[in-house]
Ligand binder design. Sequence first.
Ligand SMILES: Nc1nc2c(ncn2[C@@H]2O[C@H](COP(=O)(O)OP(=O)(O)OP(=O)(O)O)[C@@H](O)[C@H]2O)c(=O)[nH]1
Ligand SMILES: [Zn+2]
Length: 208
Amino acid sequence: MSTPPEKASDLRQTQTGDLEVPGLADLTHSWLAAIGEDPEREGLTRTPHRVAKAWAAMTAGYGQTLAQVVGEGVFAAEGSEMVIVKDIEFYSMCEHHMLPFYGRAHVAYIPDSKILGLSKFARIVDLYSRRLQVQERITTQVAEAVEELLEPKGVAVLMEGVHLCMAMRGVQKQNSSTTTSAMRGLFRTDPRTRAEFMSAVQSTLRSR
Ligand SMILES: Nc1nc2c(ncn2[C@@H]2O[C@H](COP(=O)(O)OP(=O)(O)OP(=O)(O)O)[C@@H](O)[C@H]2O)c(=O)[nH]1
Ligand SMILES: [Zn+2]
């Protein structure tokens, strides 16, 4: 079994400067034939390369590390109150069917000695979403990353996702969504801290 590319440089650069997953265009050509299509018909001739390029973006997380995406974004703490970054949209692919699941992530923490640049929470969510995943694992990985970077008094991650493998096939439930959470430190041990976080994000849950 081949392993995913370890670095962005493992992706192939095309003549037009696009990054492609190596080998995926050829596999897509075979895939098109397998589903009964003619890979040579006009509308499909560029499709294998489009797919290889799309998957380079959708699995970009394999080629990145936490240190790379956070860069110089950790600073000395300016306070010790709860920080909540809400409504970080994510797009991922489920590892069971390789179909998209997507939604919103909310990340909160209570600083101790360090804070993180706000944009970095979105970068961390993308780092773990842009892979084959299950929603629970992304949620845990984001919480663990914030813990590792900041050693905060607590971390909470809540994700709400819609899974196309449950909507466009299988059980075909169009209105179901899945909420997953990871609570660490004070968010786990102190009900008032957890309640403050939940009420802050509640208004956005299932609101659209
Ligand atoms: N826990 C979890 N399950 C997921 C996630 N994404 C997809 N799944 C589920 O993974 C399961 C795979 O079940 P299987 O029985 O092996 O596959 P399947 O026969 O295609 O299942 P159905 O979807 O029920 O038709 C399904 O229940 C999916 O709904 C996720 O992020 N977390
Ligand atoms: Zn699935």
